[in-house]
Ligand binder design. Structure first.
Ligand SMILES: Cc1cc2nc3c(=O)[nH]c(=O)nc-3n(C[C@H](O)[C@H](O)[C@H](O)COP(=O)(O)O)c2cc1C
Length: 177
């Protein structure tokens, strides 16, 4: 088993694709194959000291899950599972997908829900990201003017994704390798 676990939620597959890209860039020795959170158990999640967690924002600024219109359970339900977990020995970095053009008032807001869920359980979160280069009105995912994790917009800025992923990985590598 590698040191880094990558878990993602995804409705239409875009976040899954990014999770795979991140795993490939880190390599098999360092990071295991990404797991859809709807297939994860708490034990499998807690097995990793380093967790890279990816989510789209769905509904109106919500995590994916049945209440956000997804066919299967996802982060919304797993964050309930996390309610009793101890993450105080975990290093967590978050990546989120959203659509700044169609949802400018709630851009990648669900990233903050995931952030709060792991912070509440004691995790150390790294990998905040600047908000420059995006056009939106409001986002719950900003803390002190910076996103709580890497933000990607595959709907409008797919051409910037690889560069953003590379920059973010360089930023977090010293803390996760
Ligand atoms: C019904 C629906 C609601 C959405 N709501 C939001 C939203 O509130 N904020 C946002 O930034 N993006 C929103 N999006 C855009 C998705 O987050 C974006 O398309 C993402 O890349 C989807 O990732 P996935 O393919 O992994 O599910 C929404 C998309 C859909 C279909």
């Amino acid at each position: 088993m590698a040191n880094i676990g990558i878990f993602f939620g995804s409705d239409t597959g875009k976040t899954r694709k990014i999770a795979k890209m991140i795993q490939k860039k880190l390599g098999d020795d360092v990071a295991d194959a990404p797991v859809n959170i709807n297939r994860a158990t708490l034990d499998s999640f807690l097995a990793y000291p380093v967790l890279l967690l990816g989510t789209p924002t769905l509904g109106e600024g919500q995590l994916p899950g049945v209440d956000a219109g997804c066919e299967s359970e996802s982060w919304m339900e797993f964050t309930d599972t996390l309610a009793t977990a101890d993450l105080s020995d975990k290093t967590v970095a978050l990546f989120g997908l959203g659509d700044q053009q169609c949802y400018p008032d709630n851009f990648v807001s669900a990233l903050k829900t995931l952030y709060d869920a792991v912070i509440e359980r004691g995790a150390k979160v790294i990998g905040e990201w600047p908000n420059e280069g995006y056009e939106f009105t409001a986002s719950a995912a900003l803390v002190d003017g910076r996103f709580v994790g890497l933000v990607l917009d595959q709907d409008n800025q797919f051409d910037l994704t690889e560069e953003r992923v590379d920059g973010w990985l360089e930023q977090i590598k010293p803390a996760i390798l």
